[in-house]
Ligand binder design. Structure first.
Ligand SMILES: Nc1nc2c(ncn2[C@@H]2O[C@H](COP(=O)(O)OP(=O)(O)OP(=O)(O)O)[C@@H](O)[C@H]2O)c(=O)[nH]1
Length: 691
């Protein structure tokens, strides 16, 4: 049966393709012909444009070909659930996030919850359905928080609506966590029963507590032989004063204890504090770009109702938009007719970019007066890098790709920038190096953009002492993230650099090496607590510039992977900085210059020229690589030129002839060296900074 359908299917498709291409007709005139000729009345034919104005028929069957009895059955129950969705009272809604350290099993637990509530099948649950970006699957980490609205029948046989948000665990994506918490009343704090409390567990716990959210503590991975649930429960009690009796134990992998988690969510997390009788008001807490519908906004409704066909207004831009579609994520998009206070939904309303669709913005019905929902502000970026198109003809395309990405990642900031070597571009701000790498990978994978990224740097603060410059700038303090824009030292009175408060949790046997690493990175210890007999929690104030590149990797390798690290902004402090310039054959390369601490300038200079010697390919001319502070050369390396044997054609003869030819060659090379454009590969700008 299947075989015959598939053969007929292929045959029909080929026929339609021929028909479409032969007629080169417009899609609309083609569609009725194709449908009329079809063997199946429900066959849908889409016409996809091909080069040279032709159209390709793309056929697909709708429901009654593919639908099995069980699918129809589930579609029916979906309908019933969606009808029920509109009537669920606020008391039967729970909004919560799953927060944890990296790899403690958030996405796996989310999968099991979706499976248990029937939102996905067991087969779909094999592949972490909420991690749907290519970069997430390739790197095996969550980078975007994902929402799912699910229905759960509680013990009292009442159906509850649970809005679940799976959040990322890595510190570089903590903006996703804080953004998600703005739409929640509680969290599941998941802790790996083998690795115990880690740095990001502490950071996320405090983030939830700052927002007065209810914390449901859950131990995961209890199926593993080495799990030590009792010890981890003790740690939770010691660090967060969590009552051991309230800690649940699950195995997300095996699906053990999931029901108990959902029951506890319903019992301990309160329903949302919202008013359905008041005027409509909602918070935009996520957005992304859809090719056909523009910006899609994920909203949390604080008051009132929203129905299809209404017009909404943005509090930030005051612009009015007609509502195109309303849906909920289960986790696939499911159209609904209306949304009420307490619910989370997705709306499309012709917003086009990140300037219109603003995370943290309040929306309301046209021309009504409501209070701002504003209880969310994006985190400040810490690491900055220049981004430039490979050639300037790609400028507009790259700008549009960046815009679409920023719509989906509100933590990234954008400023216009230009460079003599790379042309017009932008300076982007990120929360860390991984955040920057993931952003660039997504630009490439999701938007086919391959930009040049310059070396990442932090923002330094300088106080000027030159009255002429102060007058020109209109202020005496400047924040500078581009080393090339650093003024001459004679114009600067004081230098300040950004600091972070870092939390390190490590087994006690690695403490010595870790303290040495922190001292080497100019860290100052603030506290040290023994969590238990084997583990220590230390806090350090560290300069941000010392940790952005490889601190985490060094920490992991020193502690055989057992130590964990998380950090938060800790303001600026007075310091002594210098600008380290890199010269290639006497010419400064702006993209490679760096601001460094004065005491480290010589070491970094040696390291950089040595690295550049390996990274820059040999060329026709000799290349002198110099690292200088002002006019003082701190380190130098030379890359030898390719050498043509100009004396090859001589057979014996006077030695002066050989010398003459070699002298001529040397003269020519000297001239060439002055004018030659030395090619520095794009990757060099970042690779040179990695230690
Ligand atoms: N044995 C065992 N392994 C588990 C369990 N839960 C998760 N894992 C494994 O732990 C690894 C990490 O799980 P994820 O769900 O990706 O962790 P995560 O917290 O979502 O990771 P990030 O989002 O990147 O922070 C995966 O290999 C899972 O298969 C469990 O209960 N038992």
């Amino acid at each position: 049966m299947f075989k015959s359908i598939s053969t007929r299917w292929t045959w029909t498709c080929i026929q339609y393709r021929r028909l479409a291409i032969a007629s080169a007709a417009c899609p609309r005139s083609f569609r009725p012909q194709a449908k009329a000729a079809g063997a199946w009345p429900n066959l849908t034919v889409r016409c996809v444009p091909e080069p040279r104005g032709l159209y390709r028929a793309k056929a697909s069957s709708s429901s009654n070909l593919a639908a099995t009895a069980s699918e129809l059955e589930s579609a029916k129950s979906q309908d019933a659930l969606l009808r029920e969705f509109a009537q669920i009272p606020v008391e039967r809604i729970r909004n919560f996030s799953i927060i944890a350290h990296v790899d403690h099993g958030k996405s796996t637990l989310a999968d099991r919850i979706l499976e248990l509530t029937g939102a996905i099948t067991k087969q779909e649950g094999q592949h972490q359905v909420l991690d749907n970006l290519q970069v997430e699957r390739e790197r095996g980490i969550t980078v975007k928080a994902q929402t799912a609205s699910i229905f759960y029948k509680y013990k009292d046989q009442q159906t509850y609506l649970l809005n679940l948000i799976d959040t990322p665990g890595h510190v570089d994506f903590s903006n996703e966590v804080s953004r998600s918490l703005a739409a929640c009343d509680g969290v599941i704090l998941l802790v790996d029963a083998c690795h115990g409390v880690q740095a990001q567990t502490v950071a996320n716990y405090h983030l939830a507590k700052q927002r007065n959210l209810i914390v449901v503590p859950v131990l995961n991975k209890i199926d593993i032989k080495h799990a030590q649930p009792e010890k981890v429960i003790q740690d939770l009690q010691f660090l967060f004063q969590i009552d051991p009796k309230t800690v649940l134990q699950v195995s997300a992998k095996l699906g053990l204890g999931i029901k108990e988690v959902l029951n506890r969510v319903i019992e301990s997390i309160p329903p949302p504090q919202v008013q359905r009788e008041q005027e409509f008001r909602a918070l935009i807490f996520d957005s992304w770009f859809d090719k056909y519908r523009g910006a899609l906004n994920l909203i949390y409704i604080l008051n009132g109702h929203l129905e299809q066909g209404q017009e909404i207004q943005s509090m930030a831009t005051k612009k009015i938009y007609p509502l195109k579609t309303i849906s909920i994520l289960r986790p696939k998009e499911c159209d609904v007719k209306s949304l009420s206070a307490g619910q989370v939904g997705l709306i499309a309303c012709n917003m086009r970019n990140s300037k219109e669709s603003i995370i943290g913005d309040t929306i309301y019905l046209k021309n009504q007066i409501v209070q701002s929902a504003g209880n969310y502000t994006p985190q400040k970026p810490l690491v900055f890098a220049g981004i430039f198109p490979v050639d300037q003809s790609k400028h507009v395309a790259l700008r549009s790709a960046i815009d679409k990405m920023i719509l989906n990642d509100s933590a990234v900031t954008l400023m216009v920038d230009s460079s003599p070597a790379l042309g017009q571009g932008w300076r982007l701000g990120f929360l860390g190096l991984l955040h920057m790498e993931v952003f660039c990978q997504r630009l490439e994978q999701e938007h086919n953009a391959e930009p040049i990224i310059t070396a990442p740097s932090v923002t330094y603060r300088i106080v000027l002492n030159n009255p002429r410059m102060i007058k020109q700038m209109g202020k005496n303090t400047l924040d500078i993230s581009n080393a090339a824009l650093f003024p001459e030292p004679s114009n600067i009175k004081e230098y300040y650099e950004p600091l972070v408060m870092g939390t390190i949790i490590t087994p006690s046997e690695y403490v010595g090496q870790i303290i040495a690493l922190c001292i080497d990175r100019r860290g100052v210890q603030q506290s040290s607590i023994n969590i238990d007999e084997t583990r220590i929690l230390m806090t350090y104030v560290l300069p941000l510039s010392e940790i952005i590149l490889d601190f985490h990797d060094r920490l992991k390798s020193l502690s055989s992977g057992y130590a964990s690290f998380s950090y938060e902004d800790h303001g600026y402090h007075l310091t002594n900085l210098v600008r380290l310039d890199i010269h290639l054959n006497g010419r400064p390369v702006e993209e490679l210059c760096r601001i460094v601490h004065a005491t480290k300038a010589t070491g970094i200079a040696r390291q950089m020229v040595h690295k550049l010697k390996d990274l820059i390919p040999r060329q026709m001319v000799q290349i002198a690589i110099q690292a200088c502070v002002g006019s003082k050369v701190l380190a130098r390396e030379t890359i030898k030129a390719y050498r043509k044997d100009v004396t090859a054609k001589l057979y014996g003869g006077d030695v002066t002839r050989r010398m003459k030819l070699l002298r001529q060659q040397a003269e020519g090379k000297k001239k060439m060296r002055m004018f030659a454009n030395i090619r520095v590969p794009h990757e060099t700008f970042i690779n040179v900074l990695k230690r």
